[in-house]
Design a protein around this ligand. Structure first.
Ligand code: PAP
Length: 319
């Protein structure tokens, strides 16, 4: 981080997230401190190409699944040659701020094969300018915030992920939920994150595809076709007839990915070591009900209702 960035950081509000990570409020969102400098670098240096596909999400909203699907759809390689059989989807589709810009200020991304499929958790309004301003495509996925919160809680507590950056022990569930509802969490506030991409989708649906985890769970084949059309490579009649849509859906399914050797016993490096298995916990809709009480759910429902009022965005929160 150069001196200007240091000075900027010193002026920003900081808090400790419920999991012990420091988070810093930057451009209206809570950026995990270890990714602050990488976010600045990505904003400064990343040059999107018209052919790029950017996958965006809040953590634990279906990113891993979306990476596997988009990679398979764009490359049509789901046979024995697919890298997904031997690599975690996060290795196949890197994040801007968590991988590419983490250790390098301005990495050379020119050699990456086309289309470049890259991911980020950065909110729409804070994306590097070249993303909204180029012809590249953005695919956003969101999820019931209660499931997302519970998923993140398991992930963060089960892993040594970012241990060196944790400044405190984790808070109890109810205190953590309070912070989450207040929007103080990784890349939060969650409603604003979703609304940013939702408005961008409404403004330009050919540029931003807006997906919901629960809808993919409900009908994956429909969404595989939708993603293919959106990125400009719809399935041909021949591909449809040989069952490619179903095969991509199967290869990228929770059960298939979870049971691959690499995802059972492998590790992924992102500001620390993460067990690949922790990206495949339950993969269900509505697991929040096993952890949050009805009063918490009611609070969340009210919050979402008031925040999303007038936006036209609805979430699957009662399933
Ligand atoms: P990330 O943001 O850290 O990459 P992300 O992939 O968005 O995480 O979220 C992980 C969640 O997606 C986990 O949910 P859970 O904790 O409620 O189980 C994980 O199980 C789920 N998941 C991962 N892969 C798939 C898949 N192929 N199909 C459905 N759900 C999946």
């Amino acid at each position: 981080m150069d001196d200007d960035d240091q000075i900027q950081l010193q002026k920003l509000e900081q808090r400790t997230n419920w999991d012990g990570w420091r988070i810093v409020k930057y451009q209206g969102f809570w950026c995990p401190l270890p990714f602050f400098r990488p976010v600045l670098s990505a904003q400064k240096y990343f040059k999107a190409k018209d052919s790029d596909i950017i996958l965006s999400s809040l953590p634990k909203s279906g990113t891993t699944w979306l990476k596997a699907l988009t990679f398979s759809i764009a490359n049509r390689n789901i046979d024995t040659q697919s890298p997904l059989l031997t690599c975690n989807p996060h290795e196949v589709v890197p994040f801007l701020e968590l991988n590419l810009y983490l250790n390098q200020e301005n990495p050379d991304l020119e050699q990456t094969s086309t289309p470049r499929i890259l991911a980020t958790h950065i909110p729409f309004d804070s994306l590097p300018d070249s993303i909204p301003n180029s012809g590249c495509k953005i695919i956003y996925i969101c999820r019931n915030p209660m499931d997302q919160f519970i998923s993140f809680r398991h992930f963060s507590l089960d892993n040594k992920f970012g241990e060196k950056d944790r400044r405190a022990g984790p808070l109890e569930l109810d205190e953590a939920f309070d912070m989450f509802c207040d929007g103080a969490h990784h890349y939060g506030p969650f409603c604003e994150h979703m609304i940013g991409y939702w408005n961008a989708h409404l403004k330009n649906p050919d540029k931003v595809l807006f997906l919901k985890y629960e809808d993919l769970k409900d009908d994956i084949a429909l969404h595989v076709r939708k993603i293919a059309e959106f990125i400009g490579c719809p399935f041909s009649l021949e591909e449809e007839e040989r069952g490619l849509v179903e095969e991509i859906s199967r290869v990228c399914s929770f059960d298939n990915l979870k049971n691959l050797e690499v995802n059972k016993n492998g590790y992924y490096s992102v500001n620390g070591i993460v067990k690949n298995s922790s990206y495949f916990r339950k993969g269900e809709v509505g697991d929040w009900a096993n952890h949050l009480n009805p009063a918490m759910a009611e609070r969340m429902e009210k919050l979402i209702k008031s925040k999303l009022q007038g936006t036209g965005l609805t979430l699957h929160i009662n399933t």
